[in-house]
Design a protein around this ligand. Structure first.
Ligand SMILES: CC(C)(COP(=O)(O)OP(=O)(O)OC[C@H]1O[C@@H](n2cnc3c(N)ncnc32)[C@H](O)[C@@H]1OP(=O)(O)O)[C@@H](O)C(=O)NCCC(=O)NCCS
Length: 174
């Protein structure tokens, strides 16, 4: 996967240590943003620093490509989009600060990532989301993904329930 991806409005780039303060301020501590994530809201900036450190380290290895999303012309993180590399499949996870919801940014970012992955030789780009996470379902539909099915008891979203919840699986393939 490329180190940078550009869309008409966005830049996706590698994380830096300096991103931790901005993501903590803008979304990692926000319970509404974290509602359908697999992690709990961060309690301190130090927790976001640890997370960003793990993301930077991931770029040194083969299995994950966590991108910081910024608006074109700005260095400030507005969210993240992670590509998890698994054989011929790329699995995506994404999050955007609440102040930037509703502008179509994440469908734009996910569509660019999927196109790059399929061009790079991957055959399948997939993402799953909670059956109650309608904004995420719309994101994937607008990014050209097809809903393939519903998976019962698939994953724990700890801010919703301690028990695994149902998810929809989406994919874009070549
Ligand atoms: C899911 C998410 C990434 C969507 O990103 P986005 O750039 O706002 O996407 P869009 O602007 O295309 O909006 C997608 C849908 O969100 C909903 N939406 C739009 N503005 C909204 C707002 N201000 N508040 C809440 N939902 C909103 C709408 O249902 C919209 O669908 P529509 O275009 O059919 O009306 C973003 O809502 C988010 O970060 N949510 C929290 C983290 C999360 O759930 N990540 C996905 C885990 S699987």
């Amino acid at each position: 996967m490329p180190q940078r991806l550009e869309t008409s409005r966005l830049l996706l780039r590698e994380p830096t240590v300096a991103d931790a303060a901005e993501i903590f301020r803008s979304y990692t501590q926000d319970p509404l943003v974290c509602r359908f994530m697999i992690w709990r809201p961060h309690a301190s900036e130090a927790e976001s620093q640890g997370f960003v450190g793990a993301c930077i380290a991931a770029w040194e290895q083969d299995s994950r490509r966590p991108y910081i999303i910024t608006k074109a012309g700005s260095s400030a993180a507005i969210g993240m989009l992670e590509a998890r590399l698994n054989g011929s499949t790329v699995d995506c996870g994404y999050v955007l600060a609440r102040a930037h919801w509703g502008n179509g940014y994440m469908p734009e970012a996910v569509a660019a990532l999927a196109a790059a992955a399929l061009t790079a030789g991957y055959f399948r780009v997939q993402a799953f989301c909670d059956v109650e996470n309608h904004p995420s379902q719309r994101t994937l539909e607008k990014a050209g993904f097809a809903r393939e099915g519903r998976m019962e008891r698939y994953i724990v979203h700890p801010n919703m329930s301690a028990e695994p919840r149902a998810c929809f699986m989406y994919a874009r393939c070549r």
